[in-house]
Design a protein around this ligand. Structure first.
Ligand code: ARG
Length: 459
C-alpha cells in the first residue's frame, strides 16, 4: 500500500515492519482530539488566506462527517496507515477527494501528535479533578458521621494513642486535596498549544498560532517550536501526580484490607465491592481494595517508563516519543476507575464502632494520658514517662491495665494522683481532650470538617 509519506521510497513495505512502527492500536483513543485539532488548523489556514474559503469549507465538512462517523462507531482504522493522524487523513481523502491533501499545509505530525496529547490530557485531568473532588466530599461526609467514633491510633502498627475515626478519614481528605491541587497546577502546563510548531522549526506560511490555540480552547502557545514538539514534561508531571495519588489510595486500601480482617473487624465493605471464593463458602474478600493497591504498580511503572524513554533524546522529535501514549492511557483509565471505586467503597462501608472503641479499652494506649497527668502535676515529663513505663510493665506481668490499678496503689506511686485519673484514662476522654490545633479532639475534628466543607463548596 502506498504511504502518505511514500514519495521518496522505492523499496517494498513489509507488514510485520509496519506493525512494529504503527501506533494506531492505541492512539485511536485520540481520534476525537485529532479531528478537533485538524478543524482548528484548517479554520486558521482559511482565515489566514493560506487555502481558499471553499477548500476550507470542503475540508471542514469532511472532518465533521468523520467526527460523526467516529461517534457512531462507523470508522475502521488500519495498521497500514500507521497512526491516528495518517488514518484520519486518508479517511478524509475518501470523504472529499484530493483537496484533503491541503489539510497538512504548515503542519507536521510532530506538532499534531503533541496537540492531540495536550487536548486529551486537558479533558482527562478535568475528569480526574471532578473525581477527586467527589472522593473528598465522600471522605468528609463519612468523617462527619464518625467524629466521636473512637479507634486505636497506630505508630509502627502498634497501638499508640486513641483517635477519632473521623480524624483518620480526614488525613486522607488532606492527601486527596493535595492530589487535586497538583492536578490543577498540572493543567497550567497542559493548557498550552504546540500547534504551528510544525516539524520542529515553525513554517514559512503566514499562520496564526494564537487563533488556532484559541479555537481549541488553549490559554497560550509554546514560545519555542523545538520545545513545543519535544516537550513531554506536562505528561511526566501528570504521571508523577497520578503516582502520588495512587500511593495514597493504595495506603488507604491497605488499611481497609486490614480492617476487614477477622482479627480487626473494624469495617465491613459492602457486597458490591467484595467478592467470594470459588472454594471457601464463608469468604468475603476485599478484591477491589486489593486491586487498587495492586494497580499502583502499573501507574508507577508508566512514570518510570516515560522518564526512561525521554532521558537520552536529542531535540526535537524522535520516534521514541511514540512510546509516550500507552502509559498515559493506562494511567488515566486506572486512576479514574480507582477514584470511582474508592469513593463507592467508602460511601457504602459499615463501620463497626463498638469493635473500634473496644480495641482502645483493653490496651495501653492511655499510657500517655497517665504520663501527661503526672507532668501536669509538676513531675518532669521524662520522669513521668519512666514511672508509667514501670506501671505498664507490672500490669503486663499481672494481666491487668492502667485503669485497673487501685487508687491506693497510684497514690503510693505519687500522692499527686487523685480519683479523677480514671476519667482521664478513658479513651474517649483522651481523644476529646486533644484540643491542640489539628489534633484529634472532637472540637478540632469538627473544625476540620467545617473547613473542608467550605473548601469543597468554593472550588
Ligand atoms: N505516531 C507518532 C507518535 O506517536 C506521530 C508522530 C510521527 N512523526 C514522525 N515524524 N514520524 O509519535
Amino acid at each position: 500500500m502506498k504511504k502518505l509519506w511514500g514519495g521518496r521510497f522505492t523499496g517494498e513495505n513489509k507488514d510485520w515492519i509496519d506493525a512494529f512502527g504503527a501506533s494506531i492500536s492505541f492512539d485511536y483513543l485520540m481520534a476525537k482530539q485529532d479531528i478537533l485539532g485538524s478543524l482548528a488548523h484548517v479554520k486558521m489556514l482559511g482565515a489566514c488566506g493560506i487555502i481558499t474559503e471553499d477548500e476550507m469549507q470542503q475540508i471542514q465538512n469532511g472532518l465533521n462527517s468523520l467526527q460523526e462517523k467516529l461517534a457512531n462507531n462507523e470508522i475502521t482504522f488500519t495498521i497500514q496507515n500507521e497512526d491516528i493522524h495518517l488514518n484520519i487523513e486518508s479517511l478524509l481523502y475518501e470523504e472529499i477527494g484530493s483537496v484533503a491533501g491541503k489539510l497538512h499545509t504548515a503542519r507536521s505530525r510532530n506538532d499534531q501528535v503533541a496537540t492531540d496529547m495536550h487536548l486529551y490530557l486537558k479533558e482527562t485531568v478535568e475528569i480526574i479533578i471532578e473525581k477527586t473532588h467527589h472522593l473528598r466530599s465522600v471522605l468528609v461526609d463519612k468523617a462527619a458521621e464518625n467524629v466521636e467514633t473512637i479507634m486505636p491510633g497506630y505508630t509502627h502498627l502498634q497501638h499508640a494513642q486513641p483517635i477519632s475515626f473521623g480524624h483518620h478519614l480526614l488525613a486522607y481528605y488532606q492527601m486527596i486535596t493535595r492530589d487535586q491541587k497538583r492536578m490543577q497546577e498540572n493543567l497550567q502546563r497542559i493548557d498550552i498549544s504546540p500547534l504551528g510548531a510544525a516539524a520542529l522549526a515553525g513554517t514559512t506560511f503566514p499562520i496564526d498560532r494564537k487563533m488556532a490555540a484559541e479555537e481549541l480552547g488553549f490559554s497560550s502557545i509554546y514560545d519555542n517550536s523545538l520545545d513545543a514538539v519535544s516537550d513531554r514534561d506536562f505528561l511526566v508531571e501528570y504521571l508523577s501526580n497520578a503516582s502520588i495519588l495512587m500511593m495514597h489510595l493504595s495506603r488507604f486500601c491497605g488499611e481497609l484490607i486490614l480492617w476487614c480482617s477477622y482479627e480487626f473487624q473494624f469495617v465491613e465493605l459492602s457486597d458490591t465491592f467484595s467478592t467470594g471464593s470459588s472454594i471457601m463458602p464463608q469468604k468475603k474478600n476485599p478484591d477491589m481494595a486489593e486491586l487498587i493497591r495492586g494497580k499502583t504498580g502499573r501507574v508507577y511503572g508508566n512514570l518510570f517508563q516515560l522518564l526512561t524513554v525521554i532521558k537520552g533524546l536529542p531535540l526535537a522529535y524522535n520516534k521514541d516519543l511514540q512510546e509516550d501514549k500507552e502509559g498515559m492511557f493506562d494511567t488515566s483509565e486506572t486512576i479514574i476507575h480507582s477514584l470511582e471505586i474508592m469513593a463507592g467503597m467508602i460511601e457504602t462501608m459499615e463501620i463497626n464502632k463498638s469493635n473500634m472503641q473496644q480495641a482502645t479499652e483493653k490496651d495501653f494506649s492511655n499510657a500517655t494520658e497517665l504520663a501527661d497527668y503526672l507532668a501536669n502535676k509538676g513531675i518532669p515529663f521524662r520522669q513521668a514517662h519512666e514511672i508509667v513505663g514501670k506501671l505498664v510493665l507490672e500490669c503486663i506481668q499481672q494481666g491487668t491495665y492502667l485503669q485497673d490499678i487501685p487508687l491506693e496503689k497510684y497514690q503510693q506511686v505519687s500522692p499527686a494522683i487523685k480519683a479523677d485519673i480514671y476519667e482521664k484514662l478513658r479513651s474517649v476522654t483522651a481523644v476529646k481532650n486533644r484540643h491542640s490545633s489539628g489534633g484529634t479532639g472532637f472540637d478540632q475534628v469538627k473544625e476540620q470538617i467545617e473547613k473542608a466543607k467550605t473548601e469543597l463548596q468554593i472550588e
